[in-house]
Each structure stands twice: as C-alpha cells, then as structure tokens.
Design a protein around this ligand. Structure first.
Ligand SMILES: *[C@@H]1O[C@H](CO)[C@@H](O)[C@H](O)[C@H]1NC(C)=O
Ligand SMILES: *[C@@H]1O[C@H](CO)[C@@H](O)[C@H](O)[C@H]1NC(C)=O
Ligand SMILES: *[C@@H]1O[C@H](CO)[C@@H](O)[C@H](O)[C@H]1NC(C)=O
Ligand SMILES: *[C@@H]1O[C@H](CO)[C@@H](O)[C@H](O)[C@H]1NC(C)=O
Ligand SMILES: *[C@@H]1O[C@H](CO)[C@@H](O)[C@H](O)[C@H]1NC(C)=O
Ligand SMILES: *[C@@H]1O[C@H](CO)[C@@H](O)[C@H](O)[C@H]1NC(C)=O
Ligand SMILES: *[C@@H]1O[C@H](CO)[C@@H](O)[C@H](O)[C@H]1NC(C)=O
Length: 618
C-alpha cells in the first residue's frame, strides 16, 4: 500500500473562489473616488503561511473591506496555484499578480481640497503576461477590462476636490508588477496546502521523502497520516478490530504453546509444529499488542504528515517481529503439511531438527535482507510497519509464500487422496470421512487465509496505479472545500482490506479452535502435572470444575489407551473412533500398523511422541 511518489498532472479548473474581490469602481470609464479610503500597511501573512509578505507594502483600504477577508481569498487562490505548478511555469509571478490584484497598492495624493488615497491597478502588460503564462487564470485576470488593468494609468474625476488641470482628471500610474517581480530577489513559490495536507519542504534535509513524507510532487504538500483512503471512523473500526482479534489470538497462541509444548508430557513432532506455528503467530499478535500499547497513530505516524520508517525504533522493531513471525508461520504451516504427508504415506522423514534449523535460518535471512535495504516502514495506508518496498516484499515474502502454499497444498491434496483411498478400502463407512473434517478444515482454513492474503496483495498491486490516479481527485475535493470526512482517495476496498488484516491476526484463534479444543488438548490438561498438583486437584474436584474421568467416557476408551500407552511407551492399537484426526484410524486399519499412524494427529499427543519416532525409524 505504498505510494512512493505521486506525480501530479493536475488539471484543476480555476473557479473564482470568492466573490469578495474588490470591485473596481468606475463610472463612464473613470475611476470613482472614495474620499474615506485610506492607505494602510499590509497586516502581514497569517501564521504558518507564506502569502504576500515581501510582495506588498501599502494597501488601499476602504472602510468595510478588511484585509483579512482578502487574505482568505488569497489563501484559497494560492492553494489552487500550488497545484497548478505543472501547468503554469511561473507561478511565483502569478502570485505577485494575485497579491496586487486583491490587495491593491495605494497612493495618497495631496489635492487642493484634501488628501485622497487612490488604488494603483495592475498594468495591462503584467496582466497579459500572467494570462499568457497561465491561461487558466484569465477568469481572475480579465485584461480587456481597462479600469481594472489600465495601459498606463487610471483617470479619476477629481474636480470636486479642487483639481483643475487635465479637465479635473487626476491620473494614477498603474503598478508595474512585472518590474516589481523582477526587482524582488529569490521570489520562490508560496505554497499553501489544503488541510489535512501539510506543507513541508522537500529540499530541507529535515523533511526528506526517505523519512516517510509522501510528497505530492511537484508540490511540497504531504499526505496526511494515516492515508486518506478511508474516513477516520473506518480507520477506527480497523484499529478496534485489530486490537480485539490480536489480543484474543495472542491468548489462544499462548494457550496452544502451553498445552502442546509445556504441559504435554511427551511432545510429538506434530505437536512441535503446532507449538512453533503458534509461537510465530504469537509474535505477529505481540507486534499488534505493542503497536496498540504505543498507540496506532503514534507508532504509524510519529509526526504529522510523516509515516514511520525503519529508523523509527518502534516501527523497525514491530515490523521485524511481524515479518519474522509471519515468515516463520508460513514455513511451519508448510512443514506441517509435509509432515502430515510423510506420516500418511509412511515416508521416512529427515531429522526434525533440520526443519527447525531450516525454518529459523530462512526466516532470519528473509528478515535481514529487507532490514539491510531499509525496506520496513509504515506505508501510506496500513495497520502496521512491514516491508513496503515492492520488490523486497515480493522477494522475501510473497514469492516464498506462493512456493510454500504450492508445496503445502500439494501435500494436503495427496494426504486427502490417500485418506480417501484408505477409507474406501477399509470400509464403506461414511463416518470415517466425516472424521477427516477437522484436519481438513485446519489446513484449508489456514492455507485459504494465506491464499487470500496472497491474492489480495497482488490484486492490490495491480490496482496501485488507480489508487495513485485517484489522489488528484482527492486533492480537488479538498480544494473545492471538502474536509477529511467528505474527501477520501480511492484505496483498496474497505471490506477486502479489513478481511486482509483480519486474516493475518486470526491464525491463533483458528489453531485454538482446531487443536486447542481437541480431545487431545483435554487429555494433556487432565494428565498435566498442573491439574494433578496436590494443591490444585482436590480443589478442582471439590467444585467439580474438571471431570477427571470425562475422557474415558467421552473417547470410548481413548484416555485409557493413552495412559496405558504412555506407561508402556508405545501406542496400543486403539479402536480409535474417538481420535479426532482420523487419519490414523484409517491408516491403521488399512495397514494393520497402529503405531505409526496415531502419531499424526494432534490427538495422539502424549503417546504419539514416542510412537512417532519408532515409525519413522522403521
Ligand atoms: C465617508 O464618510 C462619511 C462620514 O464618515 C460619510 O458621511 C460618507 O457617506 C462616506 N463616503 C463614502 C463614499 O463612503
Ligand atoms: C496631506 O498629506 C500631507 C503629507 O503628504 C500632510 O502634510 C498634510 O497634513 C495632509 N493633509 C491633510 C488634510 O490630511
Ligand atoms: C472581461 O471584461 C469585459 C469588459 O469589461 C467583459 O465584457 C467580459 O465579459 C469579461 N470577460 C470575462 C471572462 O469576465
Ligand atoms: C467630474 O465631476 C464633476 C463634479 O463632481 C462633474 O460636474 C463633472 O461632470 C464630472 N466630469 C465628468 C467628465 O464626468
Ligand atoms: C514594466 O516593467 C518592465 C520591466 O521593467 C518594462 O519592460 C515594461 O515596459 C514596464 N511596463 C510599463 C507599462 O511600464
Ligand atoms: C520564480 O522566479 C524566478 C525569477 O525571480 C525564476 O527564475 C524561477 O524560475 C521562478 N520559479 C520558481 C519555481 O522559482
Ligand atoms: C526549503 O529548504 C531549502 C534548504 O534548506 C531552503 O533553501 C529553502 O528556502 C526552503 N524553502 C522554503 C519554501 O522554505
């Protein structure tokens, strides 16, 4: 979701922003004298804006028309001029014209009767030059109007004030703005950005684009942070979802790690996969928890208009956590699929430690590459810091993800095929197929979620140009007086984007539902030292919180078998009907080879560990 550089080919219509433009009072082609008008010094630019300072001196002031009102008009005009830079080469010249048009220079003349202040109009030559360079401004600069843009001077009938020469017509020289412009050194363009865009200086070393400012080139306006894809309300929905789902998911992951890793008395390799996957997802969720502990906006947008980059420590750290977690998670998902296949197909597996080593090393390499390329940043529209340079993220995440998905899906299909074959041979019992639903669901849901992320990402990349192209429309909306609520630029579809972030955070919950609530997990807890601790067990029994017998009843002898096998160190053939991951069952039945099969499941937790090894060795 990064917009690295937005270049404007901006065609805005230069509508008259405000009709407060001082009317040139005239009658019969002569200027009308307002005896009450005065010359007063320019009140100066509003705070934080650069408008007419250095371009004006004494201002013709009529009572009832305040400089402040004209300044508002000028601010609106300058805002539009800011975005006309590609269209009009000499905006700085036009800006001199605008200042002198809306705030006329003033000249006080001592007439016989009294002193009179006259406005000095812009010379026609200047007007013509402005319109020639920027035709769109002709609505403001109507050079055919001789009173507003005289050739050399305006005439005023001053006979009422005792002026007699020239038939009582007093000439006021026009203001040669061209001359004024040439004589003003270093007249830079004065840029004004419509809120919520902010003005920064791209050539100032304090505000380089690399630090996370998204300039709307060629202007020095930067996009607000977070990006204007959605309204604030929608961003808040996204933040809230992220908080809730991540917290729940984190707790689920910790539960899974405890259940299958810490409490489990004999951890099977499949259990290790679950533990490693859960730990990876926990890292992802931890990143979210850290993010919202710091505050989304504070972490993603450390300064107004600036998106966090890798050099912002919080962003670098959370981004690395997330990337390591998600890469490792994908690798472990694929490992699980491979493992499942190896068990079902009874293929001898390479040493499990090689998987651990490989997955960790690959995840680290995939992290170091983007870190060295300073590719981690918040991006213009995102919930977290991550790799935002297209080719880095493709190279170290999406392409490997595609590969893992391909391998994983291949294994799963083979597993399903194998199970189907076996179950068909063994019996025509539909029940067996029904029992496959859980592992199938697990793998499909996780794989499907990854697949969704994959598809969404590339679809999003494909539409990036459209999103960029919608920025001018967004600016136009702002220029027309819109605000943050009414103007949004076109971004990824909110629902799709929401789902994207939802799925990334969901894995922990998914694994909890599939493995954490399984019969297997229940057995682990019931046999755990924790629940059997002399200080705890009587208490639990007393209040009937845990039914220590439930397993046997429930699993039709499963628990009993388990405990027996635990002691004997080997699985006895269990009738297996209770086993949730039925792969074992069918396999066992077909091959008459109980031991190896049962380990596959998550269910066989305690017993399978030892059983597993034997099988693979055999
Ligand atoms: C100028 O001011 C005087 C009194 O302050 C008022 O009577 C007169 O109408 C004003 N003239 C104009 C042209 O506004
Ligand atoms: C007119 O202006 C001159 C200076 O330019 C000043 O000396 C004179 O007092 C002014 N007259 C009136 C009536 O304000
Ligand atoms: C420009 O001024 C002339 C004469 O004052 C007028 O007839 C014409 O309509 C004006 N054009 C625009 C575009 O306002
Ligand atoms: C100039 O003003 C005087 C008095 O205000 C008036 O009598 C005369 O007709 C005016 N001249 C023109 C050409 O309008
Ligand atoms: C205005 O100034 C420019 C540059 O000094 C000069 O070329 C031009 O003739 C002047 N125009 C008038 C109307 O005085
Ligand atoms: C502004 O005016 C100067 C001349 O004073 C000119 O050289 C320059 O090209 C103009 N534009 C900008 C963007 O500075
Ligand atoms: C932008 O920064 C450069 C370098 O610090 C400076 O020369 C220039 O005047 C600044 N521009 C504005 C508009 O402040």
């Amino acid at each position: 979701m990064i917009i690295k550089k937005i270049i404007f080919l901006f065609f805005i219509s230069f509508l008259i922003v405000n009709n407060n433009i001082e009317k040139v009072q005239s009658a019969n082609g002569y200027g009308l004298i307002n005896p009450n008008a005065t010359c007063s010094p320019y009140i100066g630019d509003p705070i934080d804006l650069r408008i007419c300072n250095g371009k004006l001196d004494n201002i013709y002031t009529e009572s009832g028309i305040s400089q402040k009102v004209s300044l508002l008009t000028l601010e609106a005009a300058f805002t539009k001029l800011t975005f006309l830079q590609t269209q009009c080469p000499n905006i700085n010249f036009s800006q001199f014209g605008f200042c002198n048009l809306l705030l006329s220079p003033c000249e006080t003349v001592q007439l016989p009767a009294r002193n009179i202040s006259f406005p000095k109009r812009i010379c026609k030559s200047t007007c013509t030059a402005i319109v020639k360079e920027c035709n769109i401004l002709s609505t403001y600069f109507n050079c055919t109007n001789d009173n507003a843009f005289p050739d050399l001077y305006n005439l005023y009938n001053a006979s009422a004030y005792g002026f007699t020469t020239n038939n009582g017509f007093y000439p006021i020289q026009c203001e040669n703005v061209t001359d004024l412009f040439i004589k003003t050194p270093n007249s830079q363009i004065s840029e004004v950005c419509p809120p919520p865009l902010l003005l920064r200086n791209s050539s100032d070393p304090r505000y380089p684009a690399e630090k996370g400012y998204t300039y709307l080139t060629p202007t020095n306006c930067v996009l607000p942070c977070p990006a204007p894809y959605y309204t604030e309300k929608k961003w808040n929905q996204m933040f809230t979802m992220s908080k809730i789902v991540s917290t729940i998911s984190f707790v689920c992951c910790i539960y899974n790690i405890c259940t299958f890793g810490l409490l489990n008395k004999s951890v099977s390799k499949y259990n290790y996969c679950i533990v490693f996957f859960s730990a990876s997802v926990a890292l992802i969720n931890l990143m979210d928890i850290v993010t919202y502990a710091i505050g989304y906006e504070k972490l993603l947008c450390p300064e107004p208009g600036r998106f966090a980059v890798q050099d912002d420590v919080a962003c670098g750290v959370t981004g690395s956590l997330f990337h390591f977690g998600v890469t490792n998670g994908v690798l472990w998902w694929a490992t699980m699929a491979i493992y499942l296949l190896s068990v079902v197909k009874r293929i001898k597996m390479i040493d499990f430690r090689i998987f651990v080593l490989f997955n960790t090393v690959v995840s680290l390499i995939m992290l170091i590459i983007p870190l060295s390329g300073k590719a981690i940043m918040a991006g213009t529209g995102s919930l977290a810091c991550w790799i935002r340079k297209t080719w880095y993220v493709n190279g170290v995440f999406w392409i490997p993800l595609g590969l893992c998905l391909f391998i994983g899906a291949g294994c799963i299909i083979l597993v399903i095929f194998q199970i189907y074959k076996i179950s068909k041979n063994v019996s025509k019992d539909r029940k067996i197929l029904k029992l496959q639903i859980k592992p199938f669901l697990c793998v499909t849901l996780v794989g499907g979620s990854f697949f969704y992320l994959f598809v969404f990402n590339f679809d999003n990349e494909r539409h990036m140009d459209e999103y960029k192209a919608s920025i001018p429309g967004y600016v136009q909306c702002l220029l027309a007086g819109g605000n943050q609520e009414t103007c949004v630029s076109e971004g990824p579809n909110f629902a799709a984007y929401f789902m994207f972030y939802f799925f990334i955070r969901l894995f922990g919950i998914l694994f909890f539902c599939i493995y954490g609530t399984s019969e297997n997990a229940r057995n682990i807890w019931i046999h755990s030292t924790l629940l059997n601790h002399p200080a705890i067990k009587p208490f639990l029994l007393k209040y009937n919180i845990v039914n220590y017998n439930s397993v046997t009843v429930f699993g039709s002898g499963m628990a009993a078998t388990n405990s027996k096998s635990m002691t004997s160190g080997k699985n006895k053939t269990n009738s297996g009907k209770a086993i949730e991951l039925e792969i074992n069952d069918s396999v066992t039945a077909s091959k008459g080879h109980t031991i190896s099969v049962s380990k596959v499941d998550e269910n066989d937790d305690s017993k399978s560990g030892s059983g597993m090894d034997t099988s693979s060795d055999s």
